[in-house]
Design a protein around this ligand. Structure first.
Ligand code: 5GP
Length: 208
């Protein structure tokens, strides 16, 4: 994907355990010019996570200061912890023409749609609820109470799928990633996203 227009903001949501993290990792490997915005959170770091790679793990006080300083595109309380998308992770990238993934919950998805009306939103669905429970239980990074809370929330999150532009089932990781890659490529080709280069062409300029 060439850096010919403003970067696309891509919202990716889905219930815990649906595989958003794995999908995003593969997408980054397979798509040119695509990056993930690292969110800030007050959640405790898991054993397999790295600060600054998976999240910016910060205290409640630091999070509140960032709210006061208007550092967030959006923030929300999710499963008892605060999560927020940092302006610094998004604006520079889209201005440079880099496409950016926001892996956020359904509340965040709503806020981002208001702030970036041209964003594209994708909801990842599990093949069935039993499989979601199996995946969450298999994680071994969360305790039983956390798993229960996440499963209880899953159904209400899935009902929000109707607010999204696309729904992709993650039964097979490769297929799911291919579908999302195709969505991104198609969305980049929309005429409304190529206004600038079309104007350039009509003014006698060269597009690429
Ligand atoms: P986890 O704790 O499993 O990494 O993430 C829990 C939930 O928080 C997921 O649904 C994830 O998409 C969401 N989340 C992660 N970062 C953000 C963010 O910056 N904003 C919002 N609103 N939700 C987020």
């Amino acid at each position: 994907m060439a850096k010919d227009t403003r970067g696309l903001v891509i919202v990716i949501s889905g219930p815990s355990g649906v595989g958003k993290g794995s999908v995003n990792k593969l997408l980054i490997d397979r798509c040119e010019n695509l990056e993930v915005a690292i969110s800030a959170t007050t959640r405790k770091i898991r054993e397999n996570e790295v600060d600054g790679r998976d999240y910016y793990f910060i205290s409640k006080e630091e999070f509140e200061k960032k709210i006061t300083d208007n550092d967030f595109v959006e923030y929300a309380l999710v499963h008892g912890n605060m999560y927020g998308t940092l302006i610094s992770e998004v604006n520079r990238r889209i201005e440079e023409g880099t496409n950016v993934i926001l892996e956020i919950d359904v509340q965040g998805g709503r806020s981002v749609k208001n702030k970036f009306p041209k964003c594209v939103s994708i909801f990842i669905l599990p093949p069935n609820m039993k499989e979601l429970a199996v995946r969450l239980n298999g994680r071994a990074t969360d305790d039983d109470e956390t798993i229960k809370l996440r499963l209880d929330t899953a159904e209400s999150e899935i009902k929000c799928v109707y607010d999204y532009d696309y729904a992709v089932v993650n039964e097979n990781l490769n297929d799911c990633v291919s579908k999302i890659k195709n969505i991104i490529i198609s969305e980049k080709s929309r005429v409304k996203r190529q206004d600038e280069i079309i104007k350039k062409l009509l003014n006698g300029g060269t597009i690429l």
